[in-house]
Write a protein that binds this ligand. Structure first.
Ligand SMILES: Cc1cc2nc3c(=O)[nH]c(=O)nc-3n(C[C@H](O)[C@H](O)[C@H](O)COP(=O)(O)OP(=O)(O)OC[C@H]3O[C@@H](n4cnc5c(N)ncnc54)[C@H](O)[C@@H]3O)c2cc1C
Ligand code: SF4
Length: 554
């Protein structure tokens, strides 16, 4: 039977295809700690723990105030080296992931695909910069349950999204995505152009009655004056660190511009082991830091302490800081710290056809026609976007054993990789735990499976319709793989915010209900996660909280 068109569905390629624990990992090669100047004090106005999307944006917002700010980051600056763009190093050897081992609810080891660097996971992210949809802030009925209402609405976030797009110099075309929420501000940068094969697909989708639009992205690409462009539009972007530092990330766009300021101190290789409180438990009085894997310890203090370690590590830090006043973990009177852990359901649909696809940078098309369902299906299904870069080595883990590289290379050269995301719903039992002597445990039972399967199925149909209209490959040839729990790139929701201290960990300013000077400003605050990539919302929220903090310390 002639094979004209193969479609392979693989769950979460950029995350899932990195599970082989080979070779050296990041922390084994970390350059020495960066000891940026330390003020002659251990007491600061603000301590920010973590420099990812949330911590970085917050530091950027607070720094110009002149307040004394200590930034603590367990990682170092990500080394610039040829391996940044080496697929084996990045995807097979997991060079830029932590070597930490977590466990699942049955005690099985998990090798988390998470990055501990200045810039956090934004060092390796795909830089798709989406706003949540206006309806995502409302209660939304899904086939498998309810996506809860946010206590703040899109209108409360609109101006902060505007600012976040400026901070990350987002490219895009306003008004081209039918589900995009309103704003008057144009994108700071024009949409990134499509390469010829991608343009062809874009045209076919539009001709087929769909609404493709330029994917909003944060890369420092100047197509008008190419010789001045920092970004060289390469094929090693999504999931890779950027060797030429042209990705808009929390390191490049937030930390580096401020960390030389006299009021800012950045300590790297600074793992925050514990937070201590005063006897009443109402104030954090100590931030206990371990340097060089615990060889050296210091304690710092601040008027305001902000945790921004990523949704899993922030919850873990609060849980392991339990004391007599907070016996089940800091700020955990609601018993919600660590609960409602979400990380999106995601899949890659790899369309392999007769036409070669020599494109290098492909994250230029997205489609939200199924985001809130379709004519005969009233429930949200999710979003579709192209994967930025796709390499044949990424298929090694999924191919039958001994598949020759030449086969994978041929498949890759004719493939178009699509990234599909469906919302997963908050569940009380999906949670982060801290197990003394062992560390992080993730309890997770998947939900909202049917819309996810439906989106995958529908997208395959769309591809068949627009890309030749036929396939000779039977359904059982489609390779599928569930998203692994290790693929926690989109982690969120473990310290949700709200007005009621019984139903939330944080108040609307992202201050913990229980502790007056303790805030959490990363993806933890999400009450629900929609189906768009989370970073722009994390950044916008951090900028919002930054304004509230500056008002508080006036
Ligand atoms: C491969 C991949 C692709 C992605 N693509 C996209 C995309 O295209 N678009 C998008 O919007 N999102 C994307 N994401 C997700 C995005 O990177 C995250 O949502 C975002 O970085 C989360 O921000 P955060 O501030 O919550 O946490 P992080 O960015 O994870 O930052 C947490 C920081 O805290 C530090 N830290 C942790 N524990 C401690 C401690 N105890 N002491 C001191 N420091 C600590 C960490 O080292 C890290 O620097 C992707 C993620 C991955 C992994
Ligand atoms: S496409 Fe641009 S931003 Fe992305 S890795 Fe390549 S040079 Fe860096």
């Amino acid at each position: 039977m002639p094979v004209e068109h193969i479609i392979i569905a693989l769950a979460d390629a950029t995350l899932a295809w990195r599970l082989q624990p080979l070779g050296l990992r990041a922390s084994e090669r970390s350059p020495g700690a960066t000891r940026k100047k330390v003020m002659n004090t251990n007491h600061y106005d603000f301590i920010i723990i973590g420099t990812g999307a949330g911590g970085g944006a917050l530091a950027q917002r607070l720094a110009p105030s002149g307040k004394r700010i200590l930034i603590l980051e367990r990682g170092t600056f990500l080394p610039r080296e040829k391996e940044n763009w080496n697929t084996n190093a990045v995807f097979i050897e997991n060079r830029y992931h932590t070597t930490e081992v977590w466990q699942d609810s049955e005690g099985k080891p998990l090798h988390p695909q998470t990055a501990y660097w200045v810039g956090g996971n934004t060092k390796v992210y795909g830089a798709a910069l989406f706003r949540l949809r206006e309806r995502d802030f409302e209660e939304v009925k899904h086939e498998d349950g309810i996506s809860p209402e946010w206590p703040l609405k899109y209108r409360d976030y609109q101006s902060f999204y505007d600012q976040a797009e400026v901070l990350y110099q987002a490219h895009g075309a306003r008004g081209s995505d039918p589900t995009e929420p309103p704003t008057k501000q144009p994108y700071p940068q024009p949409p990134v152009s499509h390469e010829p094969r991608v343009q062809e697909i874009y045209n076919e989708l539009a001709a087929g009655g769909y609404h493709p639009f330029p994917c909003p992205v944060g890369i420092k690409l100047n197509e008008r004056v190419p010789w001045q462009s920092q970004c060289i539009r390469c094929d090693t972007c999504d999931g890779f660190p950027c060797l030429v530092e042209a990705k808009s990330d929390a390191d490049n766009n937030c930390i580096r511009p401020i960390f030389e300021l006299p009021n800012v101190t950045l300590l790297t290789d600074a793992y925050v082991a514990k937070l201590t409180t005063n006897p009443s438990g109402r104030e954090v009085t100590g931030v206990e830091v371990e340097f060089e894997k615990g060889k050296r310890k210091e304690t710092y203090a601040a008027n305001i302490v902000v945790v921004a370690c990523g949704a899993i590590n922030s919850a873990a830090l609060l849980l392991r800081s339990a004391n007599a006043s907070h016996p089940t973990g800091l700020a955990n009177s609601s018993d919600l710290v660590g609960r409602n852990f979400m990380f999106h359901k995601a899949a890659i649909v790899l369309s392999i056809g007769l036409k070669p696809n020599p494109s290098k940078y492909m994250k230029t098309v997205a489609v939200n026609d199924f985001y809130f369902g379709e004519k005969d299906y009233p429930y949200p299904m999710g979003g579709v976007q192209l994967v930025g870069s796709f390499k044949w080595e990424m298929m090694k883990g999924e191919a039958p054993p001994f598949t020759p590289p030449v086969v994978l290379k041929t498949m890759k050269s004719h493939s178009v990789p699509w990234w599909l995301t469906t919302e997963d719903l908050p569940s009380h039992e999906n949670r982060v735990r801290w197990i003394a002597g062992k560390g992080i445990q993730l309890d997770y039972t998947p939900n909202n499976e049917r819309p996810y399967q439906r989106l995958t199925h529908r997208w395959k149909e769309v591809l068949k319709q627009v890309d030749g209209g036929h396939t000779y490959v039977p359904e059982e040839f489609y390779l599928k793989k569930s998203i692994p729990l290790e693929g926690v790139g989109h982690q969120n929701g473990t310290c949700r915010f709200g007005s009621d201290s019984k139903n939330s960990v944080l108040n609307l300013d992202c201050r913990t209900h229980d502790i007056d000077n303790l805030y959490v400003v990363d993806a933890s605050f999400f009450p629900s996660c929609g189906a768009v990539n989370p970073s722009l919302t994390i950044i916008a929220n951090a900028l919002r909280v930054g304004d509230r903090l500056l008002e508080r310390l006036k």
